[in-house]
Ligand binder design. Sequence first.
Ligand code: AHR
Length: 339
Amino acid sequence: MIKVVESVGASLSRVAACALASAFSLALVCSSCSGESSADAQGANAGEARRLRVGFSQLGAESNWRSAETRSIQEEAAKRGVELKFSDAQGQQENQIRALKTFIAQKVDAIVLAPKIETGWDNVLADAKAAGIPVVLVDRGVQVADPSLYATLIASDFVEEGRMAASWLVEATGGACKLVELRGTVGAAPAIDRQKGFMEVLAAHPGMEVLLSQSGEFGIAKGKEVMEAFLKQEGRRIQAVYAHNDDMALGAIQALEAFGLRPGSDVKLVSIDGGKPAFEAMVAGKLDCVVECSPLLGPLAFDAVEKLVRGEAVERRIVVADRRFTKELAAAELPNRKY
Ligand code: AHR
C-alpha cells in the first residue's frame, strides 16, 4: 500500500537525536540495537524509561474523514504507550500555530501536524527546528522556503486522485458532459491538487465542460448549500458533479433530490475519500464512483516519529496508495471499509 517516492537522509532527525538525549531516547536506541520494538522497550523498562511525548495538531473535524484520521492517530498513540498531546484547531490556522508553540514550550519529543492550508508555516516550523523537535506532516503538505523545516510528509497523492476521478468521468460520459465542481477548503493542498489533476485530464477532452466551480469547504452542509446555488443557476443542464470529498457529495445528493433530480441516474457523481457513508450511497445507487484516500495514518505517523527520535533517516515523502471503486463494486467492498 505504501510507495516511497523520494528517500533522503533526515538531517533534522539527527538534530533531534542530539537534542533528545533523554532517558527515553536512550532506551529506544538501546532497544533498537537489541531488536526490541519501542513498545516492548516501554513495556519492559516502564519503571525507568520516560514515555514518548508527542504533540498532535489536528486542523478540525470538518468531515467524516477527518474524524477517522484523528481516531487513527489517537488509537495508535495509545497502543504504543505514547503520551499524546492533542489539539483540535477547529478549522483555524492561528489555533494550529498556537498549539505548535505550546508543544515547543512543553519540549515534546516530536510534533505531528495535519495543516489546514499550505502557507504560513515557516516561522513556527523554524521554531520547532531550532528546538530540535522533528515535525511529521500527515495528510496535507505545506509550502515552506526551507524544506528541512519538516522531516517527512505522509499523505496520498492528491493530484493523482483528481486524475483518477476525471478519467472515470470521461469514460462514463463518453467524453461529453457538463459538470460542476465542489472544491475543498481554499488554500488547502487537497483542494489545490485535486483540481489540478482533474483539469489536467479534462484538458485533453474538449467535450467536458465545467459549468461552475466553488468551495464547499469539505463539509456536508456547505456542499449542499453550494449545490443548491449551482442548481438555481444551471438547473437540469448539470449532468455530473465532481466533489473533492465524500461529505460534499453527500450534501450534493440531498440538494439534487430536493430539486427533483435522481443522483446517480439523472446526474452522475464522483467523489474522493471512500468512507462508509459514500459506499452506502453507492450501494443505494446515488453515488457513482469514489476514489479512496485513506485517513488511517496513525501507524505510519508513529513509525516515522519513533525512527526520528532514534536518529534514523525517514523517507521525505511517504505516499499512501489509493484505489478507485465504482458503484458496481460497492456492495462487496462495504464490509471491508474501516472508516
Ligand atoms: O486532506 C484530506 C481531506 O480533508 C479529505 O479528503 C477531506 O474529507 C478532509 O476534510
